[in-house]
Write a protein that binds this ligand. Structure first.
Ligand SMILES: Nc1ncnc2c1ncn2[C@@H]1O[C@H](COP(=O)(O)OP(=O)(O)OP(=O)(O)O)[C@@H](O)[C@H]1O
Ligand SMILES: [Mg+2]
Length: 280
């Protein structure tokens, strides 16, 4: 039986120094193994909602919190953030703010050290993650000296260190070159399909990852306007037209340019209308 990984029940949140609610009565559920794409314009509440999943809200951000978030059936109100870290790997919007160690290797080992994992286990786990994410060349480099894409990969490796079943990523491709963005999204697809991770990702540019996702959540001014299967979401009147992805042209272009996409890219239709037609 597929378990419910995340249950968000009537969640509202207002930051202490703010006049308005950043989240308004949000409810949805994520089943284990799903890939959820969270979309919305800047300031719509994406990062705030994601911080409810790892307990940063309400445990670390002061404000008014209402409703309940459950991770595998346990309320975040009753879980410490350190315990939640074992369930929810988190990659923040700006990876450079997450860095706190002198080498990539140490950065990935950090969560394991915090949990008192024995040294030999740390070494083998770090090597496993370095191999999985192809980080061999930067293993001993400073995380401050590597590219944005490599920093994101390092942050992902660190988020995976404790082998959490859920991975939450906030705008991981935002400042990356197309090549790095595609590499990261392909990796997330692999983590979802091969390693069975439940993935929740906030992303401005739907064109890059819509074809990996099962469901699309659309936030507007703190309200959940759409939560739908990606195959039906385009028919939803609440979904703004200017968020409609220019998937086909972009993906085919990227595939041609760098050949990094999986075989699905070749099956993509040529226009958004054709895409909608094939999804019906
Ligand atoms: N620490 C904070 N204190 C007060 N208000 C905040 C704080 N963080 C975010 N907000 C406000 O909460 C609302 C939602 O912000 P949030 O960062 O969650 O949006 P977002 O959808 O992630 O935006 P972006 O796409 O720009 O990252 C905005 O009005 C923002 O100004
Ligand atoms: Mg954000």
């Amino acid at each position: 039986m597929v378990e419910t990984a995340v249950k968000i029940d009537n969640v509202s949140f207002k930051y202490r120094n703010s006049d308005s609610f950043a989240l308004r009565r949000i409810s949805f559920e994520v089943a284990e193994g799903e890939f959820i794409l969270l979309a919305g314009f800047s300031g719509s509440g994406k990062s705030t909602l994601l911080k409810c999943l790892n307990g940063l809200i309400p445990h670390f951000h002061a404000g008014s919190f209402g409703g309940n978030v459950e991770i595998f059936g346990k309320s975040t109100l009753e879980s410490e953030t350190t315990q939640l870290a074992k369930q929810v790997g988190f990659v923040f919007q700006n990876p450079e703010n997450q860095i706190s160690n002198l080498t990539v290797e140490r950065e990935i080992a950090f969560p394991l050290e915090n949990f008192g994992v024995p040294k030999n286990e740390i070494i083998s786990r770090v090597d496993e993650l370095i191999a999985l994410l192809n980080l061999e060349e930067i293993k001993y480099k400073s995380p401050y000296s590597i590219s944005g894409g490599e920093q994101q990969l390092t942050a992902i490796a660190s988020a995976l260190a404790l082998n959490p079943p859920i991975l939450v990523l906030d705008e991981v491709t935002a400042h990356l070159s197309p090549r790095s963005a595609v590499r990261i999204l392909n990796l997330l697809n692999e983590l979802n399909t091969k390693h069975k991770k439940t993935i929740i990702i906030a992303e401005h540019r739907l064109d890059r990852c819509l074809h990996f996702a099962n469901k699309l959540a659309f936030l507007e001014k703190g309200q959940l306007k759409v939560f739908d299967d990606v195959r039906t979401v385009f028919q939803n009147k609440e979904f703004p037209e200017n968020m409609l992805p220019k998937i086909p042209s972009l993906f085919l272009k990227l595939d041609k340019e760098i050949g990094l996409l999986d075989e699905k890219a070749n099956e993509l239709p040529l226009t958004v209308e054709e895409l909608v037609a094939t999804l019906k």
